[in-house]
Structures are given as C-alpha cells and as structure tokens.
Design a binder for this molecule. Structure first.
Ligand SMILES: C[S@@+](CC[C@H](N)C(=O)[O-])C[C@H]1O[C@@H](n2cnc3c(N)ncnc32)[C@H](O)[C@@H]1O
Length: 246
C-alpha cells in the first residue's frame, strides 16, 4: 500500500495507531513526560502525541515523517493547540535523520518499525539521540495467541515479523534495552483505529469515483476490513513499550 492510500484512509484520524486519547495521556504519564522533556519522534504522523504531550505536560520536541500530508496536519495541530513554539515537524525519512547525539530525553517510534527493518534495527536507529538515562518508546504489534495459518499473510505481515508478548520482550532484550513500562491497546481502542478507516474510505470512494486510486482503495477496504474481522481483532495486540537503553 502506498503512502497516499494511508493518507486517504486516515484523513479523519488524529492518532495513527490503535491507542485512544486516554491511553496516549496514560503513556505520557507512565513515561514521566513533564515540563521541558525533549522528545524526538520518528514517523510522527499527524503529530498528535507530541502536540498533546506539549499541551498536557509542557514537553517539547521534534517529529520526523515521510508524508507531506501528515506533516502539514501535524504543524496545523501544533498551531491549533498553541504549542508550535515547542514542537516542530520535519518532512523526511526518519531512518536517515541526523540528530545531535544524546540531545533528547526520549526517542519514540510508534507504529513504524519497518524504518529500521524491525524492532531491533529501529532501536539501533533511535539510540544515538537519547541522552544517558533517557527512554526509548517503541509501538509495535504482537500476537495475543498463536495465529492460525494465513493470518500473518492476510494482515500483510511476513511470517516472523511479529512475535508473542514474550517473544517481543526477548527482542527488546536482544536490542539492548530494558523494558520498564508499557501501555497496550485493547479491542475497543483497536476498533476505533480500524473501524474508523472503513467509513473514511467508503466516503472517499463515493466522493471520488474517477480517481486513479479508486480500485486500489476498494481492495484496501475489502482486505483490511476482512483481515481485521477474521484475524486481527482476535489474534493481534499492539502496544507501546517503554524502555531504557542498558
Ligand atoms: C502507523 S503511522 C504512525 C504515525 C504516528 N507515529 C502515530 O502513532 O500517530 C506510520 C507513519 O510512518 C510514516 N513513515 C513511513 N515510513 C517512514 C519513514 N521512512 N520515515 C518517516 N516516517 C515514515 C508514515 O507517513 C506514517 O505517518
């Protein structure tokens, strides 16, 4: 799926992951975000986490995202919430982003660990920017129970891309970080993320019958909705793992 397809499907989302606002707030609390906390957010999407944390907790930081559409939304959100003096958004590839070493209290990547070819490689990308004693936050899917044959493929994953919660814990260990907290999505919050795609895409399809991406968006809706109802809702979890580099 191209970036444009996600931009269409998530036109009405603010949070581009399966957490709802109360969980985003809880995540900031458990990660001890406070006045002056500096955060570098890889794949920042529409910037909701950085902007809301700045509003709620007085933090600041930089988001990096590949989508011009999402980055424009993030900048508009920062203006809307009156936090643009503390948060900024850079358009670009997070994997190639050069940050000052040790300049941030926290580096995060929620829902985009493909940027480092998986959770271990993504943590390697994030680590240089974190100050000693700082935190790395990674948002990642995991299997709630052993998925049946065909589940990973239907959900668009390779076999072995994601593991159980215990396996994910082992991968964090391999990456050289210690898990110190976490906030997990639940079925209701997953529904808000997934089901909100369906109405957005259905409305877009009705409004854009001649668009060159019309057929692809029909496929996207059919596949995503079916895979979520058949497999994702039961077998797939998602959470943000709060870790400290060893
Ligand atoms: C599932 S969304 C998560 C967005 C945001 N972290 C959130 O949770 O709201 C994935 C994001 O990754 C961005 N993205 C994909 N590849 C990227 C890359 N190489 N560098 C930066 N951003 C990337 C997309 O544009 C999209 O905003």
């Amino acid at each position: 799926m191209s970036l444009r397809h996600h931009e269409i499907a998530e036109a009405n989302h603010r949070i581009l992951n399966p957490l709802v606002e109360s969980q985003l707030r809880l995540l900031g609390q458990v990660a001890r975000v406070g006045p002056g906390t500096r955060i570098l957010d890889f794949a920042s999407g529409k910037g909701e986490m950085l902007c809301r944390w700045a509003e709620w907790f007085g933090s600041g930081g930089v988001g990096v995202d590949l989508s011009a559409v999402f980055t424009a939304s993030a900048r508009a959100r920062a203006d809307e919430l009156g936090v643009a003096d503390r948060v900024s958004f850079v358009l670009g590839d997070a994997a190639a982003y050069e940050s000052e070493a040790g300049a941030y209290d926290m580096v995060s990547c929620l829902g985009a660990t493909w940027i480092g070819d998986g959770i271990v490689g993504t943590i390697d990308l994030m680590r240089p920017a974190v100050r000693p004693g700082g935190l790395i936050l990674v948002g990642e899917p995991f299997w709630l129970e052993e998925p049946p044959p065909g589940a990973a493929d239907a959900l668009g994953f390779g076999e072995g891309d994601y593991l159980s919660l215990g396996g994910t814990f082992d991968r964090l260990d391999t990456a050289g970080v210690e898990l110190v907290e976490m906030v997990l999505a639940n079925q209701d919050s997953w529904d808000r993320y997934e089901a909100a795609h369906w109405v957005t895409i259905a409305d877009w399809l009705a409004a854009n019958p001649g668009d060159p991406d019309h057929a692809a968006m029909c496929d996207f809706l059919d596949r995503e909705r079916g895979a979520y109802l058949r497999y994702g809702r039961r077998y797939l979890g998602w959470g943000v793992f709060v870790t400290r580099p060893r």
